[in-house]
Design a protein around this ligand. Structure first.
Ligand SMILES: CC(C)(COP(=O)(O)OP(=O)(O)OC[C@H]1O[C@@H](n2cnc3c(N)ncnc32)[C@H](O)[C@@H]1OP(=O)(O)O)[C@@H](O)C(=O)NCCC(=O)NCCS
Length: 194
C-alpha cells in the first residue's frame, strides 16, 4: 500500500554529517564522547538520581567503553546522537545531552540529559539543551524535539521550562521505573517556535 506522506527527512541525513563540537557559551561545550571520559561516566552512573531517572547502572570498564562506543554506532544507525557536556576551560565532561529515539521520517527526537552532582546549580542542562536543540533545528532540520520527565522529577521540569520547552500535558502511567509506573510530563519545542 503506497504511503501518501513523504519522509520529513531522508534516511542518511544524520550519518552524512560529522558529529560537531557545539559551543554552548563561554563556559560550556558539547563534544563527542571519548575513551578518557570513562571516570566521569562511572561517577555519573554511580549517582543515585541519575540511576533512578535513567534506569540503568554501569558495571565495570567494559560497560563504560561499550557505552562510549554505542554513541558512534547509533550516530551511523541514525537512532541516537549523544554529546558530553564539557567545561570549556579543561574539556572535562560534566554531563550529557542527547537526542534519543531519532525518527528522521517524522523529523523528531527526544532530548535527554544528566549533570554530575559537582557541576549542578548553574543551569548546565538547560544551557546545553538550548544549544543542542538549536543544532537539531538549524543543521539537522528536525521539526520537533520533545522531552519526557517523571512528574516526581521537578528539577527536570525546571530544566525543560528553562530551555524553552513548554509543557504539553501529562501522560498517565506512561513509563515503568524501578518503583513502578510513573506519570510523565511531556514538553516540546517546534522548529517554528524559534
Ligand atoms: C536534572 C538535572 C540535569 C539538572 O541539573 P542542572 O542543569 O545542574 O540544574 P540546576 O541544579 O541548575 O537546577 C535547575 C533548576 O531545577 C531546580 N531544582 C534542582 N533540583 C531540584 C529539586 N530537587 N526539586 C525541585 N527543583 C529543583 C533548581 O532550583 C533550578 O531551578 P531554577 O531554574 O528556578 O533556578 C540534574 O539534577 C540531574 O542530572 N538529575 C538526575 C538525572 C535527571 O533527572 N535527568 C533528567 C531525566 S528526565
Amino acid at each position: 500500500m503506497p504511503g501518501l506522506v513523504n519522509p520529513a527527512l531522508p534516511a542518511g541525513a544524520l550519518r552524512a554529517l560529522t558529529q560537531p563540537r557545539l559551543v554552548v557559551d563561554d563556559d560550556l561545550t558539547l563534544r563527542p564522547w571519548r575513551a578518557d571520559d570513562a571516570d566521569a561516566i562511572r561517577t555519573a552512573f554511580a549517582t543515585p538520581d541519575i540511576q533512578r531517572w535513567h534506569m540503568r547502572s554501569i558495571d565495570g570498564d567494559d560497560e563504560v567503553h561499550q557505552w562510549i562506543e554505542d554513541w558512534t554506532t547509533s550516530w551511523h544507525a541514525e537512532t541516537d546522537a549523544g554529546w558530553a557536556i564539557a567545561r570549556t576551560s579543561d574539556d572535562q565532561a560534566i554531563g550529557q545531552a542527547s537526542l534519543r529515539s531519532l525518527a528522521l521520517f517524522a523529523a523528531q527526537a527526544q532530548v535527554s540529559y544528566w549533570v554530575v552532582p559537582a557541576a549542578r546549580g548553574a543551569r548546565v542542562a538547560a544551557r546545553a539543551t538550548r544549544a543542542l536543540t538549536h543544532w537539531a533545528f538549524e543543521v539537522l532540520r528536525l521539526h520537533r524535539v520533545f522531552l519526557l520527565h517523571s512528574t516526581a522529577n521537578p528539577a527536570s521540569c525546571r530544566v525543560a521550562l528553562n530551555c524553552g520547552f513548554p509543557a504539553e500535558g501529562t501522560l498517565r502511567g506512561y513509563m515503568l521505573h524501578t518503583d513502578g509506573w510513573h506519570d510523565m510530563h511531556i514538553h516540546a519545542r517546534l522548529h517554528t517556535d524559534l
